[in-house]
Design a protein around this ligand. Structure first.
Ligand code: FA5
Length: 352
């Protein structure tokens, strides 16, 4: 039996030498250490031996089993290390290769200008109020003193969304941010109808007009409306606010001017111009020889509009303005054509 044990050990170790991969190793384990292996059968046969022989042979069989198990563990570790070496050699990573550049996005020039405008008015104590883009005829025109059929409506034609069953009050895309004046005043005055709080807000947002597209006119554009209402607000407050805005936006030396104009919802009304950045006021192609560029309309809130917003015109006055951020961005960056803004051409957008 001792010879048999010796033979099992020698054969098993010789076979283990030839094992080259994990599946062969597993087959070896089943053959030499598995339940029906010759070694395990020998353990089974121990019971039939005499009392004297049993411990000696049992010990010898255990030693062979331990030796085979240790050889198996060594071989398994050696195969694992060899596999690791192979994969390291085969899948080498060159960490010195330069990485692929990631394109970085940026803010649209319109957004950049809008944020700059918010910052300047924020410093002056104006809060941002968001009003809706889909409006009714009543808010976009009627409550702002554009009665049905009034010729001033011709200057601000729009896209109608729903007219059926709505009589004189169709749904439309707003032509300006001014309907937000009524919405905000109504919201503020509802808080305390007997003594409405003062208002100092800007109302930014997209506007739409059905009109001829030119280098300075789009069918879709942003406006930033401003509204200040309180006791004793005067036209000089309006002038001071807008002139200060222009200085903070375009530089301390910029000159500004107000030209008399007409809007149905302000009285008196004015257009607000800044000096042409290109020619410094002498007249050029950008300002069409005028030396000035118009960036918005303004005026003192009409008493009827105050009334429609829930503010008693006998106690309150206010000023309002409507600026065109695209025109302001054009001025700051010397952009010659407003149509570049929504074309999404990266050659344009990547310049800002
Ligand atoms: C208005 O829309 C008035 N609601 C402004 C206002 C508000 C006056 C409060 C008084 C008190 P106007 O149509 O002029 O006014 O437009 C104001 C500004 O919006 C213009 O100066 C211009 O900068 C911009 N704007 C108007 N139409 C277009 C357009 N089609 N494309 C791009 N910008 C435009």
């Amino acid at each position: 039996m001792l010879d048999k044990l010796k033979e099992i050990e020698t054969t098993a170790l010789a076979a283990l030498e030839k094992v080259q991969d994990e599946s062969a190793l597993e087959a070896w384990r089943v053959t030499y250490l598995g339940r029906s292996s010759a070694l395990m059968n020998l353990f089974g046969a121990l019971g039939a031996l005499s009392k004297e022989e049993r411990p000696r042979l049992g010990q010898a069989a255990n030693q062979v089993k331990k030796a085979l198990e240790a050889a198996f563990a060594d071989r398994a570790a050696a195969l694992k290390a060899a596999a690791l070496q192979r994969s390291l050699a085969g899948e080498r990573l060159d960490v010195t290769l330069p990485g692929r550049p990631l394109p970085r996005g940026r803010l649209h020039p319109d957004t950049q200008t809008l944020r700059e405008i918010y910052r300047v008015f924020g410093e002056m104590g104006f809060q941002v109020y968001r009003a809706r883009e889909v409006e009714t005829d009543e808010y976009n025109y009627q409550l702002l003193n554009f009665p049905i059929g009034h010729p001033a409506r011709d200057m601000q034609d729009t896209y109608f969304l729903e007219a059926e069953g709505r009589g004189d009050n169709p749904l439309l895309l707003r032509t300006h941010t001014s309907p937000g004046q009524i919405r905000s005043m109504r919201e503020f005055s509802a808080m305390n109808p007997a003594d409405p709080p003062p208002v100092r807000i800007i109302l930014p947002g997209m506007c739409y007009r059905y009109e001829q597209v030119t280098t300075r006119h789009e069918t879709q554009f942003d406006q930033v409306e401003g509204l200040a209402v309180g006791p004793g607000i005067t036209f000089s407050d309006l002038k001071g606010t807008l002139a200060d805005f222009a200085r903070r936006m375009f530089g301390q030396s910029v000159r500004t001017r107000f030209r008399a104009s007409h809007f149905p919802f302000t009285e008196p009304s004015a257009e607000f111009d800044v000096e042409c950045f290109l020619c410094g006021g002498t007249g050029c192609g950008v300002c069409k020889g005028a030396g000035w560029l118009e960036i918005g309309g303004c005026g003192m809130v009409h008493p009827v509009v105050l009334q429609n917003g829930g503010y008693d015109p006998a106690r309150y006055t206010g000023f309002a303005f409507g600026l065109g951020p695209q025109r302001i961005a054009m001025l700051r960056h010397r952009i010659e054509d407003i149509r570049y803004f929504w074309q999404n051409d990266l050659r344009f957008l990547e310049q800002f």
